[in-house]
Design a binder for this molecule. Structure first.
Ligand SMILES: NC(=O)N[C@@H](CC(=O)O)C(=O)O
Ligand SMILES: [Zn+2]
Ligand SMILES: [Zn+2]
Length: 456
């Protein structure tokens, strides 16, 4: 594995940016110091004053492979990740077939192993397959989810009784359930009421704030009943944030570590219902775009620690699929490549501190999803050299044409992004303005229930 010395850079250590050099050996960060003297080297990167930061870990992607590869596949999805400064992803199960037993898990694993250029974990899906959850866990599922409480792409949604049962199994396995919280009854009622409303923003009204918050509330009850740790996907409504804050408070009062963690998606942080006019049916995703009050509250809760993670919910659909009326368009927007660039702009605009950005894009996802077992999520000597080099002054316009997802479009068209100059994954340069990583270089990072490596 090549040794790399990054010179003329700044690193974020001990809570401030300081000039340093970074040495990478055998895929690990081997030294961080003011000056490093080495005799033999494969490569020196002159960062020209740019920052060397931890790469992102995106725990919420839909790479669509197998079965939906006209939207994305493991190669294009992982290329998009690498070009956007993400070196680890965790992929959701709503593929065709869905990842809901040992066989479908192993089949997806084979495809990912052969094609992914970044390290990856896989979720185990939860539908009516309660008896299959242990075999998914033993096959190496990182976590379980999305557990859909309402209809979304793939229609894997389950009812409360099934959720209750699944949480009981998670408790026994010591696995993490990840919940897509929306209430399907409210969704159906609102959709019926809006059946003749074809304005794009009717989608936000079809899944209003309380549609999410009520599901969060119901799920919290079941999480507490089962005494299990749990994670909420893509929290978007201000009312949900309030509920999560209360649970944090109760745990802290009892002297406990947080039982419940959560993530926010960039489209809920950087877009709002104001974008419906610009985006039309392309702006459709679940949960939907929210108004400015929720957007503000979400950003605040990312800052104050209520929300732990930013994850993209990269949910690509082709332009042709999206370019139809709001009711026929599939839900979901691509985002793995723009997550870090948008967050870096948010830091530049003082919407959150750099240290907090690093926590929510790298440190926290690694910790919550057990990826620190693989030396992920810490920028320090001895840890995986999963890093990006970014020129904080080089703000560029985000353009769908420049991105690497098969989707071919982005909801952030024309917005500002700070893209990495280099992405280095386990010590290998995978992106330097061009993708230079061999297909299949990504490693599978099995969950802690992993028992066997039999690939039949
Ligand atoms: N977010 C979405 O609107 N869509 C996701 C599924 C999901 O996360 O609900 C997809 O896979 O298309
Ligand atoms: Zn979801
Ligand atoms: Zn999703």
């Amino acid at each position: 594995m090549p040794d790399i010395l990054i010179k003329n850079t700044k690193v974020f250590v001990n809570n401030y940016l300081q000039p340093a050099e970074v040495l990478i050996e055998d895929g690990k960060i081997s030294r961080i110091a003011k000056e490093i003297d080495v005799q033999r080297l494969n490569q020196t990167i002159d960062a020209k004053g740019s920052l060397t930061l931890p790469a992102g870990i995106d725990v919420h992607v839909h790479f669509r492979d197998p079965g939906l590869i006209e939207k994305e596949d493991w190669y294009t999805g992982s290329c998009s990740a690498a070009a956007g400064g993400i070196t680890t992803v965790v992929d959701h199960p709503n593929t065709i077939p869905p990842t809901i037993d040992k066989k479908t898990f192993k089949d997806k694993l084979k495809i990912a192993n052969r094609n992914s250029i970044v390290d990856f974990g896989l979720y185990g899906g939860v539908t009516g397959n309660i008896d299959k959850l242990p075999e998914l866990w033993e096959s190496g599922a990182t976590a379980f989810g999305e557990i859909f409480m309402a209809e979304s792409t793939g229609a894997l949604n389950i009812d409360e009784k099934c959720l209750d049962e699944a949480l009981g199994v998670m408790k026994q396995l010591d696995a993490l359930p990840c919940i897509h919280a929306e209430d399907d009854k409210i969704r159906l009622e609102c959709e019926a009421f809006l059946k003749n409303d074809y304005a794009p923003d009717s989608h936000s009204r079809a899944r209003p704030n309380h549609c999410e918050a009520l599901a969060v509330e119901k799920a919290i009850k079941l999480i507490r009943k089962n005494g299990v740790k749990a994670h909420f996907c893509h929290i978007s409504a201000m009312e949900s944030v309030g509920l999560l804050r209360k649970e944090r408070y109760l745990d802290s009062q009892g002297g406990f570590a947080p039982t419940i963690t959560s993530e926010a998606a960039p489209h809920h942080l950087f877009l709002s219902t104001k974008d419906w006019d610009r985006l039309g049916s392309f702006g459709r995703m679940n949960p939907p775009l929210r108004d400015r009050r929720s957007v503000k509250m979400l950003l605040n809760s990312l800052n104050d620690g209520t929300i732990d993670v930013v994850a993209s919910d990269h949910a690509p659909h082709t332009e042709a699929e999206k370019d139809v009326d709001i009711k026929s368009a599939p839900s979901g927007v691509p985002g793995v490549e723009t997550l870090v660039p948008l967050m870096l702009v948010a830091v530049k605009r003082n919407l959150l501190p750099l240290g907090r950005m690093i926590d929510v894009t790298s440190k926290n996802p690694a910790k919550i999803f057990g990826l620190n077992r693989f030396s992920k999520g810490v920028f320090a000597e001895g840890y995986d050299a999963d890093i990006i080099i970014v020129n904080h002054s080089r703000v560029t316009e985000i353009k769908g044409d420049d991105l690497h997802s098969k989707a071919g479009w982005t909801p952030y068209e024309g917005m500002d992004g700070i893209f990495p100059e280099y992405t280095i994954a386990r010590g290998e340069v995978v992106w330097d303005g061009d993708l230079i990583a061999p297909r299949g270089r990504g490693n599978f990072l099995p969950g802690k229930g992993f028992k066997s490596a039999d690939f039949e």
